[in-house]
Design a protein. Sequence first.
Length: 372
Amino acid sequence: MNSFGIVDLLFVLGISQGVFLAITLSLIHNKNKPANKVLSFILLIASLMLVGRIFYPRFSGPLFSRIAGFVDTLIFVFGPLFYTYIRRLTFYESPNYKIPWYHFIPAFVHIVFFSWTLFYTTEEFKILVGQGTLNFIYFIVETVGLISNLVYMIKSYHLLRIYKTAEKANLSYSQKVQTFLKFFLFGISIFLMLWVISYANYFMRFKELRFISYHLIWMTIPIFIYIVGFFSLKQPEIFRVPLIKKKEAQKGRLNGEELEILKKNLEDLMVRKKIYLNNELTLKDLSEELNTSTNNVSWLLNNIHNCSFYDYINKYRVQEFISKIQKGEHFNHTILALSLDSGFNSKSTFNKAFKMIKNDTPSNYIKKMGIV
């Protein structure tokens, strides 16, 4: 029996951390709860795989090999789950998005096949393993599992790109969820890259990167559990944006008197009521103030003002900030305080919007104005 080493300790810490985070995330009540339920399941799956990794070298044999074969089904579940997690975290859909059942067909087929091996006696199973009869099956299983996870990774990156556009169309501020998801997907991408190299080394005798092996993949799992779980606990409530299909986005075109009235009412809200000072202003809020649909407001901004909701609102906020500087308010207040008073909700959003609109940093712009 193999001795218990440092790597095993890392696995045990990963298991305990994964179980703890899975339970904790499932108990947190906020808008992220539907997504956190999926993330909890992902963490439990990762923990279960680590349990198998600890026991496999110590209890390897025909019976344990059969059990391990069933556990391998999890590789077909992981991809659909992390895609579902990202979609639930970022987009509002009623009811909550549930990935269609057919995405789990590979997992079902895998279970059916390994259920078939139970009809063999232990001796017959030993002969199959010894003759290498199952090697091709294992090759097919891992190939399909790897391709499946790569496909869901591509779909997830595509979903993130859609979210970037949808966020600017619906929110007047930036959320930290994009940074978190980029890190989340980057971590999974590293995991898949190691898997591809290990797969090539093992099945294709690709020796150039022999130092990368399946063992290294297992070591990355507990690290992934800890970091992703930690950031998830700190993740504030996310304002999820609606997932609108292209054909739906074409609705609500305006013309004639209706267009002129909406333009006038929008200008009145921005200039007289200064609705942009609400640092959590959304497209839905604005459309309700205008007593029209979000599609109408989006069409007006995209086709008449030639900008997104995010850019349109922040132009007024930047101008409000400049107006305060011209009045000399920066002598009594910090730049950050003035930016918050102008409707921005964070320093990063303010700096990003100011540089995009004025092509300069706030401090340099103030110096160029000669008001220092």
